[in-house]
Design a protein around this ligand. Structure first.
Ligand SMILES: [Zn+2]
Length: 304
């Protein structure tokens, strides 16, 4: 069995797993993301390195003696190409932080880093709900809102590697301020943090109207992207979307049916991710396998 180490770094949790070349998860571990810069703004010698130390410790725990060929990492954006430096909006300790080299030093492995939502798109095309299509968007609606685009069977990178940042499409004209500096972004309106701020309760307790509103706003953004890029499917994961469940997805689908009217776009479906909590690490593993020249396309299909 060949194995890679996969790490998924989010604003609220960090997951590590050992994964084979077929996407099978052999071992997994996770921990809460405690952002040293948020907890003790000035006291840590280097809060960025302190967090990298914690990630490396989690990775060492999950590897524990297994032979590993490479390490793939999904991390919140924005970032420089290849994750040379990362500045995830939800992790204050990392601003232009050299994550790739920091982890390579600590793990003694070749490390590849990409945006967590782009990585999820790889997972959906490899073993998820998009294995039968070569044009799709994969999205996460959780603490933040992110996305990855696969067009013509290829994951889109963009000039600096940040293609697919669907969370910063405008959802509400002159709406809530967004961490990016603009107002009314999709992320500023429907992320878990935004819903908690809007309702005064955690997203898990959101009332039906809030679930429908989130689904509707996500549907508008997805419909725009479907129309723009001639996509066949939208796969949505993340704790908020999956927790909001049927009312969220029905509202989003209704918007797609209403707004995707041209022949090529008609009938596009927005569906929940079936990868559960493993989507991030499976995608990070896909990144590692691709760096080793092992294909991760689904159904024998090329995924460039
Ligand atoms: Zn924004």
């Amino acid at each position: 069995v060949r194995r890679v180490l996969a790490i998924d770094i989010g604003g609220t949790k960090i997951a590590a797993a050992v994964i084979d070349e077929h996407g099978g998860v052999e071992r997994r571990a996770r921990m809460a993301t405690v952002d040293p810069a948020a907890v003790m703004p000035t006291r840590a010698a280097d809060p960025g390195d302190a967090l990298a130390d914690r990630v490396a410790a989690l990775a060492a725990e999950v590897v524990d003696g297994l032979a590993i060929e490479a390490c793939g990492v999904g991390c919140g954006g924005p970032m420089r190409p290849g994750g040379a430096t990362v500045s995830p909006l939800n992790i204050v300790a990392w601003r232009d932080y050299p994550l790739r080299d920091a982890l390579a030093d600590r793990l003694g492995l070749a490390v590849v880093v990409d945006n967590d939502a782009k990585v999820l798109a790889l997972a959906e095309g490899w073993v998820g709900t998009a294995i039968d299509v070569s044009d799709y968007v994969a999205m996460v609606v959780s603490t933040g809102v992110g996305g990855g685009l696969v067009c013509d069977g290829r994951l889109l990178d963009g000039a600096l590697g940040n293609a697919g940042h669907i969370g910063h499409l405008e959802a509400v004209a002159d709406g809530r301020p967004c961490a990016c500096g603009a107002r009314g972004c999709l992320e500023a309106e429907v992320s878990g943090l935004a819903i908690a701020a809007r309702t005064g309760h955690p997203a898990v307790d959101a009332p039906l109207a809030e679930r429908v509103r989130a689904g509707t706003l996500v549907g508008v953004a997805v419909a725009d992207v479907v129309n723009l890029l001639d996509l066949r499917r939208a796969v949505v994961g993340g704790s908020v979307a999956l927790g909001f469940a049927a009312p969220f997805f029905a509202a989003a689908q209704a918007v797609l049916d209403r707004r995707c009217r041209l022949d090529y776009a008609r009938g596009v479906r927005i569906v929940p991710s079936a990868l559960g909590g493993d989507g991030g690490v499976i995608g990070a593993a896909a990144l590692a396998w691709r760096s080793l020249g092992v294909p991760t396309g689904g159904g024998g299909r090329r995924l460039g």
